[in-house]
Write a protein that binds this ligand. Sequence first.
Ligand code: ADP
Length: 537
Amino acid sequence: MTSQTPETFYKSIFENMTDGLAYCQMIFDAQKNPVDWIYIKVNKNFEKLTGLKNAKGKKVSKLIPGISASNPELFKIYGQVSLTGKPERFETYVAPLSRWFLVSVFSPQKNFFVALFQNITDRKQIEKNLEDARIAAVNVLDDLFVEKSKVETAKAKEEAILMSIGDGLITTDEKGNTIFINKAAEKLLGIKNEEISGKSFFESTTIENEEGVAVPLEKRPIHMALATGTTTTTTTTTTTGPTYYYVRKDKTKFPAAITVTPVILSGKVIGAIGVFHDITKEREIDHAKSEFVSLASHQLRTPLTAIGWYVEMLQSGDAGVLNDKQNKYLSEIYTGNKRMVELVNALLNVSRIELGTFVVEPEPTDVVLLARSVVDEQKSQIEAKKLKLSEKYAKDLPLFNADPKLLRMVFQNLLSNAVKYTPKGGAIEFALWMVKGGESVDVQKADEDSIAVKVTDAGYGIPKKQQNQIFTKFFRADNVRKKDTEGTGLGLYIVKAIVDHSGSKIWFESVENKGAIFYVTLPLSGMKKKEGAKALI
Ligand code: ADP
């Protein structure tokens, strides 16, 4: 190593240091304001760090045009340091150079200063990126917070709504464990939300049917909705299906209309929401209405029957010979009266069903004989329409313990529908045969040994979209309304009620314009006797 003089030593430091270095003279105006500086000496890295070439001997105003506007603080700080000798350290962005610098400045002698600096643009960029990321994160958190409070507000609102609705409301998870019941449900069920939440709703409450028998788990509406993933509704009248009774803790009960909707998320049932209300009042009103219909129909029967008799007497010439016109008018009256009697009878039957007053008086009945007599009754209509009727009755069908009046109504309605809803010249079939328990009748299996009834026609059929309404009161499908204007829509409703009450089954298959097949299975164990204490007839 060669020895060096201090001057060359410092010079070598000056030239080789990684910082930029500028030795400058400050220029002041007459008022002693710093207005410019001259680069007296700069080191090698000055050019690299600033991008400025040949700075030596130049004024900064020439070297970096616009600097006095972009960085007035540099003039102020350098001016002060040159005058006071007090060193400074600061960071600054020099816009004309698009660079950030960390500057240390000191003054070796008055009016001069030395600026040592580093280019910190990269660091600043990273800091800026970090800051941007921080701001973005804060924004996301802010948004989340806003969303969270929105969700909380919505939840609070929903809870308030659910809490205050007049109907009882139950929410459960997918297993039927209670999540929440509202105030109305608490009141109706006589149980507190705190007592029931978290517990199985099925174990905490009991539902009974009309006979006071507990409804099994698989028939409970919430269970059905959870199991099937479809909305389940119980009925509000005795006739549209079984009425369910909620049993309170104190063992009192009330009839309830219940609707349960499954909660489905991504195709999976995750819970259920049940809404119910006490239908005691509705049922009372329903009952009063049925009583009125029953009374009115009953009262109408006597005068209508009398009209029939008198018309028959007039027609037979009891009151003198009638002319053609009179006979024509009388026959119109007779037909109209007959229709009215049929309607009144149907209404009376409906009200009996609804009031539970219809009597079932089973007696050993020969179903084939009964079927034949029903066919006989309708012979004239069958012939008028030129229908081809085939009767297929199995031989040796056993006597069957049934109420012949009710069974007659079933046969009459099914056959008269086949006759009414088949165009002229069409074919119908009436069949009776035996099935053993477990054997199939069409798509259904007979639960026990039964007599199967099948009434087939090749008529107008029932439109697919209305098939689920066919057994409802007053329902008539669109396709037949115009073709047959006389129907009441009560026949199948009555048939279904009779079938249901006697442990039988009824169902049908139909394709519009192809025809319909109605099936009934009558268990050989027979219909159960039922006294109609309040029955009017
Ligand atoms: P009604 O025959 O008096 O209208 P029902 O209760 O017997 O009343 O039948 C209800 C409805 O069911 C009928 O209006 C008709 O739309 C449909 N229906 C019943 N039986 C048949 C059938 N065999 N073919 C076509 N439609 C039928």
